[in-house]
Design a binder for this molecule. Structure first.
Ligand code: SF4
Ligand code: SF4
Length: 357
């Protein structure tokens, strides 16, 4: 397996700069089928009201008034205007100390997690490694919620057949998390990319069929579904890149308008690209077309690169670097879109866009 070291200098700027930006005037809920909208224009909704009821169920992340459905870049969105009252149906948090295992399972909707914890488990690893060298959402989530996560892990160990629960972090995270250890166990892996991908991480961690990896997101789901007993209305995204003066991890309302969020940032150069989710091969987008949904983890704002591409010289570097051991020049379902082939290509060919996307 090949990986490369992509350590960068932005780390501390971002990690010391966590912000909460929840003051969105409107939210835009993505709609695939208008017939499945379960509210109507003019309705007052509470935070947590079901507004779209298809296979995916979508809930309002604010309280306010339902406006219209609009088209934005060929996608439909239901707009809700914020009343800034944060009104919600009060639900009580549940006490894990007095919760039976059966009750715990009945509250849990995350089927992936449900299937895994019913096994006999030697090691349950929680993947808390951000899968991009410039994105730090998992790090920040872990840091901000470490006590709740520790309490949950203790409960899981006591009530299910789990020998060990360990949080998988990068070496550099370990240094930074020193004071937040509580009574959790950590396993450290080398600071290389793309070790945050579960397929790659499993090569470092999994040694028997009784070892499992879950995502930190699974643990967050359990915290909300079982203990907090409410929907998750905010999400973490990282705003980073060499054109951002004040990079940070932020907590924002789900379904906020990205362009408004970016108005909180000072940009250094007038010519730049805005790249979604992956610094090596993410899509370059116009923020006026982007709503912060569950799929958006990071926004990389880089000074515009002015380089020319040339013809493939058949050097083979992209093949050598691929962690999935596939030929990047032939479309393959195994591609994890890590972008390492783009990164090493001396001809500056965007192999992911041209072949794998
Ligand atoms: S082909 Fe896919 S998995 Fe392989 S290096 Fe390129 S992006 Fe990564
Ligand atoms: S790294 Fe670039 S130039 Fe080399 S073989 Fe791959 S695509 Fe061609």
């Amino acid at each position: 397996m090949k990986t490369i070291n992509l350590l960068n200098k932005c780390d501390l700027n971002v990690l010391n700069n966590y912000k909460v930006i929840l003051n969105t005037d409107y939210i835009f809920i993505p709609i695939k089928n208008e017939d499945k909208i379960v509210v109507k224009k003019g309705d007052k909704v509470l935070k947590g009201t079901l507004v779209y009821g298809d296979i995916d169920k979508l809930y309002s992340s604010i309280s306010g008034i339902v406006l219209d459905v609009i088209n934005l870049n060929n996608y439909k969105y239901l707009i809700i205007k914020n009343d800034f009252k944060e009104l919600t149906n009060n639900t009580r948090a549940r006490d894990l100390n007095s919760m039976s295992k059966d009750d715990f399972l009945s509250y849990l909707n995350n089927n992936n997690f449900k299937n895994i914890i019913n096994n006999n488990i030697d090691n349950l690893y929680i993947n808390a490694i951000d899968n991009d060298p410039y994105i730090y959402n998992k790090y920040m989530y872990l840091k901000n919620n470490i006590k709740d996560i520790a309490i949950l892990c203790k409960y899981l160990k006591k009530n299910f057949n789990i020998e060990n629960i360990k949080i998988a972090i990068k070496n550099s995270y370990h240094e930074l998390l020193g004071e937040y250890k509580v009574d959790l166990k950590y396993v450290r892996v080398p600071d290389i990319y793309p070790v945050g991908n579960n397929d790659i991480l499993s090569k470092y961690l999994i040694s028997s069929s009784n070892d499992y990896i879950i995502e930190l997101k699974d643990i967050i789901d359990v915290l909300y579904e079982v203990i907090k007993n409410k929907k998750e209305h905010e999400k973490y995204i990282t705003i980073n890149g060499n054109n951002v003066k004040n990079p940070s991890v932020i907590s924002v309302k789900k379904y906020s308008y990205l362009n408004n969020i970016l108005s909180n940032y000072t940009l250094l150069d007038n010519e730049y690209d805005i790249i979604l989710n992956n610094s090596l091969c993410g899509l370059v987008v116009n923020p006026k077309n982007i709503i912060v949904t569950d799929d958006i983890d990071g926004v990389i704002i880089n000074k515009k690169c002015k380089y020319k591409t040339s013809k493939c010289s058949k050097c083979g570097l992209c093949v050598n670097v691929c962690p999935m051991k596939i030929n990047p020049l032939i479309k393959n379902k195994k591609c994890i879109k890590c972008g390492l082939c783009n990164f090493v290509c001396p001809s500056k060919i965007n192999i992911v866009d041209e072949v794998q996307r």
